[in-house]
Design a protein around this ligand. Structure first.
Ligand code: GDP
Length: 618
């Protein structure tokens, strides 16, 4: 490491070395040493890539990061691996080489300390979950009203998708869209929003199928649950039965010797609401929810709509940093600059702190709920990120979010995952239990099976969302899927494996756990182009003047160079030009200039073949 924390190569013996420039897959023989954390810009520099391309590569892996954002080594490897660059992390003997390394380590420590000093407590963000008609909406309304000063009731309430109340002077943020479908949909987009889930159970009805789903969705998200036993005003209210039923779901409430808080409430009369709020603050305090308001904002889009007069209006929950008027913002495929902001009471605000929601005006188009919001350094950067995100979404939405069983196998093999997450659906409850029982008995030293949810009935959209959010595979036994669920699974890249024979199911899962299932990949040829002319570019780089003969050429696409029917090189298209302009794609029948990474031996008549792998489905 050099004094400014730049990485050097492994065989650098402590002398000041410049960041190595990588020049392609073949040329890369030494591993590039990267620090534990680095900015995206820095990563681009050492990989000799345009930062925007690095940002796009991160997006393909479901990570939104701006140029100045700090990423961890593991994240950086997603980019380097895609470029065929071997890396290792600066640690142990390498990092210790030379006095410069020590300096780097010291400054890193100082930076961490400084960050810690910047951290302040932020309000908790709460989502209300539970079975239909158990009173989720009523509870949210009751909480909102309990906090409105006399005289304001019945006044104009803003519906921006989130609101805040105070308990004992401490703010608490509630998301206004109850239910686990919304909760998991946002999580499936890669955002973690909720700090605490309030599970509403009607005291007269007890635990119902959607209560179970809600419990499993909250558990999969590893979000603490606070139970609100509602409708206590009804004569048939039986809170003890609810508590017993909860215990059967491994949710032991305090009365039963557990640590799950449960509060008796009535959304109708308002009884118990104050106690519920106090307990939410208690759980928040234990969770020590902190954020750093002294940096650029990061957040998530909760709701977005097109207002005919004001343009795109977006409710954003700020999760870290402070969002200010004038900030350049990007969320999914939308970008812009903050023109105006209002809090949940409709009052204009200049800045928004972590844990607070706000309505934001200034996006050029409407982002989607669940899109992560970040502040960029310039409009140009925002535009490039938005464009890249739009592309990624249309071409391969869901990539990087879900896994197939084959991919799990590879990752178990590579020691990257230790858990195989499953959602199980079967025709009848008896089969659910049989499948569950068989899978739970499976133990392997490499990985364990974790069943996120199991129920009887067809595979639903909610199952797909849960699987997507938790990188799980859906196993359906002797039952089909709802057509809408199949479509969603396709869109989100979630694998549904159908089985009719239990031994086959067990066999496949067992093989997966042992890292032995044979992967099924099909190669898709995206397009072919013929090299018509070879031009010499700068610094020995060759530009192939091509004509696209079929399909399309894609910038950053994997490509092989074919000569006389044999592969002479595997590489990546680093530059794709139409005349002088850099473009993302060129279709059949057009002519373009192509530069490949690390390959400068083109011959006229070479065929460039862009390809990608598509995983097979059962
Ligand atoms: P959601 O589907 O979970 O959002 O349930 P709602 O909030 O729409 O409530 C369903 C029904 O239960 C409505 O008719 C409410 O008026 C009623 N309800 C909700 N909370 C209470 C309560 O605490 N007591 C009584 N008696 N009724 C309630």
């Amino acid at each position: 490491m050099t004094s400014d924390g730049r990485p050097t190569t492994v065989d650098d013996a402590g002398e000041a070395a410049k960041p190595p420039k990588t020049s392609g897959r073949r040329a890369q023989t030494r591993a590039l040493v990267l620090p534990e954390t680095m900015t995206v810009q820095y990563l681009a520099e050492v990989l000799n890539q345009n930062p925007i391309d690095v940002i796009k590569q991160l997006m393909r892996n479901g990570i939104m990061a701006s140029m100045n954002q700090v990423v961890e080594y593991k994240v950086a490897t997603l980019v380097s691996t895609a470029l065929g660059v071997r890396t290792s992390m600066a640690e142990g003997p390498t990092a210790a080489k030379g006095p410069a390394a020590k300096k780097g380590a010291a400054s890193k420590k100082a930076a961490t300390k400084e960050d810690e000093a910047d951290l302040v407590l932020r309000p908790p963000v709460i989502t209300v979950l539970g079975h239909v008609d158990h009173g989720k909406t009523s509870l949210l309304d009751s909480i909102k009203n309990s906090n409105v000063a006399e005289g304001e009731i019945g006044g104009i309430t803003q519906h921006i998708g989130a609101y805040q109340v105070e308990s004992d002077g401490h703010p608490i943020t509630f998301l206004d869209t109850p239910g686990h479908a919304a909760f998991t949909a946002i999580r499936a987009r890669g955002a973690r929003v909720t700090d605490i889930a309030v599970l509403v159970v009607a005291a007269d009805d007890g635990i119902m199928p959607q209560t179970l789903e809600a419990i499993n969705h909250a558990k999969a998200a590893e979000v603490p649950i606070v139970v609100a036993i509602n409708k206590m005003d009804l004569p048939g209210a039986d809170p003890e039965r609810v508590k017993r039923q909860l215990s059967e779901q491994e949710l032991l409430v305090e009365d039963w010797g557990g640590d799950v808080i449960s509060v008796d409430v009535s959304a109708k009369t308002g009884a118990g609401i104050d106690t519920l709020l106090e307990n939410l603050l208690l759980v928040a305090e234990i969770a020590e929810l902190k954020a750093n308001p002294n940096k650029r904002a990061e957040g998530v889009v909760i709701e977005a709509k097109l207002d005919r007069k004001r343009g795109p209006s977006t409710t954003v929950l700020v999760q870290d940093g402070t969002l200010k008027i004038g900030d350049f913002i990007v969320a999914g495929a939308a970008f812009g600059r903050v023109k105006a902001m209002a809090n949940d009471k409709g009052e204009p605000v200049q800045s928004v702190l972590p844990g607070y929601p706000a309505e934001v005006l200034g996006f050029g188009s409407v982002p989607e709920a669940g899109d992560q919001l970040i502040v960029t350094t310039s409009e140009r950067e925002g535009r490039a990120m938005a464009e890249a995100s739009g592309k990624t979404r249309s071409v391969q939405s869901g990539q990087g979010r879900a896994l197939t069983l084959e991919e799990v196998v590879n990752q178990v093999d590579a020691d990257e995952i230790k858990e195989l997450n499953l959602v199980i659906k079967a025709d009848v409850q008896g089969s659910v239990e049989a499948v569950r029982g068989a899978l739970e008995r499976m133990v392997d030293e490499d990985a364990i099976v974790r069943i996120l949810h199991s129920a009887s009935g067809a595979v639903t959209e909610s199952d797909i969302l849960l699987a997507s959010a938790s990188k799980a595979i859906v196993i359906s036994f002797s039952i089909g899927s709802e057509p809408s669920a199949e479509r969603l699974a396709d869109r989100m890249g979630v694998e549904i494996r159908h089985y009719d024979i239990i031994y086959q199911l067990i066999d496949d899962v067992e093989k997966a756990l042992h890292g032995m299932l044979d992967p099924v990949y099909t190669e898709i040829i995206v397009g072919r182009a013929e090299v018509r002319e070879v031009f010499e570019g700068r610094r020995g780089t060759q530009i192939a003047g091509c004509r696209v003969s079929e399909g399309r050429m894609v910038r950053n696409g994997d490509v092989r160079v074919m000569r006389d029917g044999a592969v002479v090189e595997d590489s990546i298209i680093t530059s794709l030009r139409h005349f002088r302009e850099e473009v993302n794609e060129m279709n059949a029948g057009t002519e373009c200039g192509i530069i490949l990474q690390g390959f400068n031996d083109f011959q006229e008549g070479d065929i460039l073949e862009v390809h990608r792998q598509e995983r097979g489905r059962r």
